[in-house]
Write a protein that binds this ligand. Structure first.
Ligand code: CA2
Length: 142
C-alpha cells in the first residue's frame, strides 16, 4: 500500500522556531519516524512539503491511481483553502487530516477546517504522534 504524506506552509520550520507550540522535532525527524513505522507495517510512503497552495493541489490531483491514502497537514491552508478542499473531494483518494497542535484549543480561526468535511477523519493535537496515528489509520483502512 502506498501512502502520500503532504505538509503545508511553514512546516519546513519545525524544530527551529516556536518549540512551545510545535515541539522540537524537525520535519525530517518526523519523516524518519513515519518511515520506520511504515516499514514495520509494510507500507510505502512518500513524504513532501510545500509552502505553495497550487503545488499541494497538483500533488493531490496526481495521487489518483498512485496512492491508496493521502495524509495531509495542510497547516494554515486548512483554514482558508477551498482549492485544497475541491482537490481532495475531486480526486477520490481517502484523505486523513492531521495537525500537531490541537487546533480546537487554539484561536477561533483555527477551529474551522475547510478540508475536514471531505476528509475521512481528523487527528489533531498529538504532536508528531499525529503522523503515526494517521499512518496506522491509513493501513487499517477504516
Ligand atoms: O498544528 C498543526 O499541525 C497546524 O497545522 C500547524 C500550522 C497552523 O497554521 C495550523 O493551524 C495547525 C502552522 C505550521 C507552522 O509551523 C511552524 C513551525 C515552526 C515555526 C513556525 C511555524
Amino acid at each position: 500500500m502506498k501512502i502520500l504524506f503532504l505538509n503545508g506552509p511553514n512546516l519546513n520550520l519545525l524544530g527551529t522556531r516556536e518549540p512551545e507550540k510545535y515541539g522540537r522535532m524537525t520535519l525530517a525527524e518526523i519523516e524518519a519516524k513515519v518511515r520506520e513505522r511504515a516499514v514495520r507495517l509494510g507500507a510505502e510512503i512518500d513524504f513532501r512539503q510545500s509552502n505553495l497552495e497550487g503545488q499541494l493541489v497538483d500533488w493531490i490531483q496526481q495521487a489518483k491511481d498512485k496512492f491508496q491514502v493521502i495524509v495531509i497537514n495542510a497547516a494554515a491552508y486548512t483554514h482558508t483553502s477551498i482549492a485544497l478542499r475541491d482537490a481532495i473531494a475531486g480526486v477520490g483518494v481517502p484523505t486523513i487530516e492531521i495537525h500537531l497542535s490541537n487546533v480546537h484549543a487554539r484561536e477561533e480561526f483555527r477551529h474551522k477546517s475547510l478540508i475536514a468535511p471531505v476528509c475521512r477523519g481528523q487527528i489533531t493535537g498529538f504532536g508528531p504522534l499525529s503522523y503515526l496515528l494517521a499512518l496506522e489509520a491509513a493501513v487499517s483502512g477504516n
